[in-house]
Design a binder for this molecule. Structure first.
Ligand code: FES
Length: 147
């Protein structure tokens, strides 16, 4: 069934089952491989994208339920110039890197919603998991991003 979405500023039409999770449409139909599959159960956050600016776990969201604009890590900036991306580079946050696009997207949504977040706001927003356990560096990157 044809589904029309707005992804990273472009309107796209894909032919998929309406129950297909947004994650798989992004990765398999649109070739946007920056959004990762981790748990597939809404727990880890590797699949985090923005839907209308809100951090959303795309592995659980049926494509037919998407309304509004989707932004993936590829759409955050064309040259890694988004404040969250710059902060991640400055803090050298990634270890293996697998979860980091989801982490950056969670941070970018936080910056948009709360440009001057408290430590409690950061803790509430940054709930994505990291198997390497680089939470200290991720926290440092968020603190750089919000400066
Ligand atoms: Fe979506 Fe883990 S893959 S939350």
């Amino acid at each position: 069934m044809a589904q029309t979405l707005k992804v990273n500023g472009k309107e796209v039409t894909v032919d998929v089952d309406p129950g297909t999770p947004l994650l798989w449409v992004l990765r398999e139909k649109l070739g946007l491989l920056g959004t990762k599959f981790g748990c597939g159960q809404g727990l880890c956050g590797a699949c985090t994208v923005h839907v209308n600016g809100t951090a959303t776990r795309s592995c659980l969201l049926p494509v037919a339920a998407v309304s509004g604009e989707v932004t993936t890590i590829e759409g955050l900036s064309s040259d890694n110039s988004h404040p969250a991306q710059r902060a991640w580079i400055e803090a050298d946050a990634p270890q293996c890197g697998y979860c980091q696009s989801g982490q950056v997207m969670a941070c970018a949504a936080l910056l948009k919603a709360k440009p001057n977040p408290t430590e409690a706001d950061i803790s509430a927003a940054m709930t994505n998991l990291c198997r390497c356990g680089t939470y200290g560096k991720i926290r440092k990157a968020v603190q750089i991003a919000v400066k």
